[in-house]
Write a protein that binds this ligand. Structure first.
Ligand code: GLC
Length: 641
């Protein structure tokens, strides 16, 4: 009997404790529900207002709200906890330890699992933000490097599965690495389910794209819409003989522009977005975002409705997944870029690419003249400190010469001939150039062209290696390191293009691949050279000098608080056109970075008479005046209070 009582009471205890845990669980759930409701209520009016303004469709809006809640419910607890943590610390991504790397899964590790196995290398490179280049299902040979998505919910089979992605992001989070992916929202592949149905003449799906049964409207669009790929994919429309229709294709003919005038498109794309962020993505790169709204008679770029759409995306993420950042790919002139940050009350993107600064940097490399760069940095530095830019030297795309030609013309340079000069310089055709690379979309009618090549090749590593020229190699490495040091001095998040950390040069094998040979961007999209990475510990090798040089700079950047994104940043006159000086100040710490963009020894004629400075690389204590620099030399000097 006694035993029975004991066992009964034990049973009661278990029942009780199950009840308590059930109760705790349901409390937890309702608590979370409240969190969701609170976020939802905070943003509801504005979201409804914007949606109504654009679509005036109550039932679609109701569906959107319902689905948002569903995706919230499906979001796993770890991600929800991370969301709450980041909500409490909204500046989490503005820290000075943030360092990105962008890489192609197949080039780097073969598969997602393969990349996961290489996370130690990524961490050794001080990287805590990995941008996985497009990996969703696409059509081989018609993929535009993955930017023509066939299925937004399927990983390209040769790279892995959604489960692999989920596991990858969870592993990254355990290692405090953020994961970025592309959200290709302007278009789908012509093999996407919607496009296939549209091709069969299904009106519902045709209305998700821009279809015309005669060339008149396409012709009118073409009058005002510039071309993205004038040589490799001319025109903005593609004729489909099987349907006798024209479809809008701003990029390649197999990339069909989505029609965001149709609320079904917006809703469905948001569901895809939420599905993907629920796989543990931290940063969503909004690919080609300025193009997503089209109006006849305009250039179909940066229209007001684009901002309404992006603002809605921001609101939706703040409600469902506030830990996720939006990174806008706005490859436009500065006045068009900054509006994508939105306003303090109504923010849009969290981060944007510092594209003009990047292009202007290479202009300084070719001309040994930093005046335009200084002016460009002054423009960026005058923007609110809350704006976070993604800084980079090279990425997977071509390098377009979007410079401030108005200023250059005041200095006697014309756009056409200056672009020619830059392209000649980087192809290694001019004096004082050791660069190697190729043109991209060389447009015979306009004479315009962009450029392709890796950082190392553009700095002379390729030529020096080929010619076994030690002195040239020293100079190339020095220039490469100087450019990285200068990039780290800018405000925002620096992103390294995978391979740059070991000085990987151009890969010409794309010419043998019929699927790639027309697109010279593959020149700098080669397989990651693990044989080079193996040499990073071999003292004196090119790989070791670059990797360790970068490591030293990255460690410094992490250590010194003046590198936080919100620090004061300004440029200083050096009285030498080849020498750039950038100052940073934060919480009583002050650092100057001085960079020599020429192969001549130089003196930076600065004069800071506030005491001693410590050279952060050598430890030497000096004054910050008349600073001597080696060819392509640089100094980072910290004020000793
Ligand atoms: C972006 C990508 C580019 C691609 C284009 C079309 O600009 O960076 O590689 O070709 O979008 O999706």
């Amino acid at each position: 009997m006694g035993a029975q009582v004991a066992s009964k009471s034990k049973k009661t205890r278990t029942v009780k404790s199950t009840n308590t845990s059930k109760k705790a669980k349901s409390n937890n759930q309702s608590n979370r529900q409240t969190i969701y409701q609170r976020r939802f209520r905070r943003h509801f009016d504005e979201l409804k207002w914007l949606y109504t303004e654009l679509y005036n469709n109550k039932s679609m809006f109701a569906e959107l709200c319902e689905m948002m809640e569903q995706y919230y419910r499906e979001r796993n607890d770890k991600l929800k906890a991370l969301d709450r943590k980041r909500e409490k610390d909204p500046n989490w991504y503005k820290r000075n330890d943030m360092l990105g790397m962008m890489l192609y899964i197949d080039n780097f590790g073969g598969t997602i699992k393969g990349v996961q196995e290489k996370l130690d290398y990524i961490q050794r490179a001080n990287v805590n933000y990995v941008h996985l280049m497009p990996f969703l299902d696409t059509v081989d040979g018609e993929s535009d490097g993955g930017y023509a998505v066939k299925d937004f919910r399927k990983v390209r089979p040769d790279l892995g599965t959604m489960e692999d992605l989920d596991e990858f992001t969870a592993t990254c989070h355990r290692k405090h690495i953020n994961v970025c992916m592309d959200f290709v929202m302007n278009h789908t592949s012509s093999q996407h389910e919607w496009a296939v149905k549209a091709k069969q003449g299904d009106g519902e799906y045709m209305s998700r794209y821009f279809f015309y049964d005669n060339p008149e409207i396409p012709r009118r669009f073409d009058e005002t819409v510039p071309q993205v790929f004038p040589t490799t994919a001319p025109g903005n429309f593609t004729y489909l003989p099987e349907l006798n229709h024209w479809v809008m294709t701003s990029f390649y003919p197999y990339q069909w522009d989505l029609n965001y005038h149709n609320p079904r498109v917006f809703n469905e794309m948001i569901y895809n977005f939420l599905y993907l962020v629920n796989q543990g993505i931290d940063v969503m790169r909004l690919d080609a975002v300025p193009y997503i709204w089209k109006e006849i008679g305009t250039d179909c770029r940066n229209l007001q409705q684009v901002h309404t759409l992006v603002r809605m995306m921001r609101i939706i993420s703040e409600i469902v997944c506030p830990g996720v950042l939006l990174l806008g790919e706005v490859v436009m002139e500065p006045v068009k870029v900054a509006p994508y940050f939105g306003t303090t009350e109504k923010p849009e993107c969290h981060m944007l690419y510092n594209v003009t600064t990047m292009a202007t940097t290479w202009n300084s490399v070719a001309t040994r003249d930093v005046r335009l760069l200084k002016q460009q940095l002054d423009t960026v530095n005058s923007l609110p400190k809350d704006y976070v830019f993604l800084n980079y030297l090279r990425c997977h795309d071509d390098l377009g010469w979007g410079l401030d030609y108005w200023t250059l013309s005041n200095w006697g340079m014309t756009e056409f001939s200056h672009k020619h000069y830059l392209n000649d310089y980087f192809q290694g055709k001019t004096a004082r150039s050791n660069s190697r690379g190729e043109l991209y979309n060389d447009d015979e009618t306009t004479g315009d062209a962009r450029f392709c090549g890796t950082t190392a090749s553009m700095c002379g590593v390729e030529r020096a290696g080929f010619e076994h020229n030690g002195k040239m190699m020293d100079e190339a490495i020095q220039q490469d390191l100087m450019l990285h040091a200068y990039m780290f001095m800018q405000s925002g998040i620096p992103v390294i293009y995978s391979g740059d950390e070991v000085g990987q040069v151009n890969d010409y094998t794309y010419k043998q691949d019929p699927r790639k040979c027309d697109d010279s961007r593959y020149l700098h999209r080669g397989h990651f050279r693990w044989d080079l990475a193996e040499k990073i510990d071999e003292a004196g090798t090119v790989e070791n000098r670059l990797f360790e040089g970068l490591n030293q700079l990255e460690t410094l950047r992490k250590r010194e608080k003046a590198f936080v994104s919100t620090a004061d940043t300004w440029t200083v006159e050096t009285y030498d056109a080849s020498v750039l000086c950038i100052g940073r100040y934060y919480d009583n710490d002050k650092i100057f970075g001085i960079f020599n963009f020429s192969e001549q020894p130089k003196t930076a004629w600065i004069h800071e008479d506030d005491g001693d400075y410590r050279d952060l690389l050598t430890g030497q204590v000096t004054r910050a005046e008349a600073v001597k620099l080696e060819p392509y030399g640089f100094k980072l000097m910290k004020w000793i209070r």
